[in-house]
Design a protein around this ligand. Structure first.
Ligand SMILES: Cc1cc2nc3c(=O)[nH]c(=O)nc-3n(C[C@H](O)[C@H](O)[C@H](O)COP(=O)(O)O)c2cc1C
Length: 137
């Protein structure tokens, strides 16, 4: 099992429809590729974790990198793991509070992203994901 996480910058203001489109292709493709994960969006930046067999994860990630709906993709975590931890969905989208700017129209903001993180997650990785919500604390 392999886990990869990155952050990136949305290239334009994304609507809830744009986000649904991203999510729909992610769910379809990831299900086929045995990939799961979580996608966080704060109105400006994405943080995404993708998990699955290493080859499948790298392939999905290559596709994601080519997507012009975001840029400046920076890998922040790349690690083998014994078991799959993000097993809830092929891709789970959560909107987190932004330090500035607005959340996409009509999208529910998740106040506590920790509720959506697997309890088995290593602390050094959990800290990165939780810190994406810059309004915490
Ligand atoms: C922030 C972001 C996250 C994405 N996550 C995934 C993903 O997890 N899996 C996936 O297949 N495509 C994901 N995509 C979409 C891909 O970049 C690409 O559009 C898609 O794989 C193309 O497949 P399709 O032609 O079947 O829609 C993501 C795109 C963006 C902008």
């Amino acid at each position: 099992m392999f886990k990869l996480a990155y952050v990136s910058v949305a290239t334009k203001t994304l609507s809830s429809v744009d986000l649904q489109n991203i999510l729909e292709s992610a769910i379809t493709n990831n299900r086929e590729s045995d990939v799961t994960g979580i996608l966080l969006f704060n109105g400006t930046n994405f943080m995404q974790v993708i998990e699955g067999p290493q080859k499948a994860v790298e392939k999905v990630f290559d596709q994601i990198c080519k997507d012009d709906r975001h840029r400046n993709v920076v890998v922040i975590y790349r690690e083998r793991t014994a078991v799959r931890e993000f097993d809830e969905a092929p891709m789970l989208l959560q909107i987190v509070p932004a330090s500035h700017g607005d959340a996409p129209d009509g999208m529910t903001i998740t106040k506590d992203i920790a509720l959506f993180l697997p309890s088995s997650l290593a602390k050094h990785f959990r800290t990165i994901l939780e810190s994406f919500d810059t309004r915490r604390g």
